[in-house]
Design a protein around this ligand. Sequence first.
Ligand code: FAD
Length: 297
Amino acid sequence: MTFGKRKYLDVNAEQLNISFEFFPPKTSKMETTLWDSIRRLEPLAPKFVSVTYGAGGSTRERTHATVERIVNETKLQPAAHLTCVSATKEDVDQVIHSYKDAGVKHIVALRGDPPEGVGAAFRPFNNGYEGSVDLIKGIKAISDDFEISVSAYPEKHPDSSGFDTDIDLLKAKIDAGATRAITQFFFENDHFYAFLDKVHAAGIDIPITPGIIPILNFKSMTKFAKASGATIPNWLNHRYESLENDPKTTQLVSTALAVEQVMDLVENDITDFHFYTLNRADLVYAICHLLGLRPKQ
Ligand code: FAD
C-alpha cells in the first residue's frame, strides 16, 4: 500500500471576503445568543455584517437597535436590510434618515414579501415605494453615500416569470445605484454558475456574492427553502436521513456540507461569501477556519 498526501485545496484566505447575516432578536435570551455570536465572529474581520428586516417591517425598531449597537460597540461595518412592505415613503424615508444619522453606510435594499405571504401578488402600500428599484432611488435621493446591496436568485425568484425578467430587474437595480448582489441560498452550485453565466452575458459586472446557509435543522430548512425558491436536491435529503432527532450530528454534517460547497466555489474562482448565520456562530466559524481565516486582533 502506498501512502500519499491527500490533495488539499490551497485557499488564499487573504483574497477572500466574507460577510455574515444576522436577524434581530425577539427576546433577551435570543439577544444574548446573537451577541455571543457577533463577538465570536467579529475577529474573523468580515467585510460587513447585515441585519435583516422582519417581514412587513415588523422588526423596524429591533433591526435599528441591533444595527446601532453594532456601530457603537464593535469595529464591524453593519448593513441594514430594508423593505418597502406596509409602509409609506415617509415611513421608509424616516428609517433611512435614522440610519444616516446613526452613521450606517450600507443598506440592503429589498422589495420584501407581500403581507399575505410568499406567492401573493405584491402591491405597493398607499404612497409606498413600488419595489426595490424605487427604494434604491429613494435611498440615493436621501444620501449618495450609502453603499447599496440587493438580492439575486440563482434559481429564480418564486414570483419570477423567467430569468430574463430577473436579470432585467437586476440591471435596473444596478442602474439605480446598487453595487453588489447577494444571492438567495442554494445547495447545488451549478445553479449559481449558470446564473453567473447569464448575469455576465447580460453585461452585469457587479459582485454577485453567493449566500451560504449552514443547515441547523433540516426539516425547518426544507420548509424555508420551499418558500424561498431554493430546491433541495435528493442527495441532500439523503445526507440528513435518520438525523431528525440528532441535532449534534446534523450540525457536524452541515458544517462538512457547507465546506464542500464553499471549497467547490473557491475552486471556481469565487472569493466572496455571505453566510446566513441564523445567529449561531459555531458552524460558520468552523467553515471560515477551514477556508484559512484566522482571528485578527
Ligand atoms: P426584487 O428582486 O425586487 O423582485 C423579486 C422578483 O419579483 C423578481 O425577481 C421578479 O421576478 C419579480 N418582480 C419584481 N418587480 C417586478 C416588475 N416590475 N416586473 C416584473 N417582475 C417583477 N425579506 C425580508 O422581509 N427581510 C429581509 O431582511 C430580507 N433579506 C433578504 C436578503 C437577501 C440576500 C435575499 C436574497 C432575500 C431577502 N429577503 C428579505 C427576501 C425578499 O424580501 C423576498 O424574496 C421578496 O419576495 C423579494 O424582495 P426582493 O428585493 O428580492 O425583490
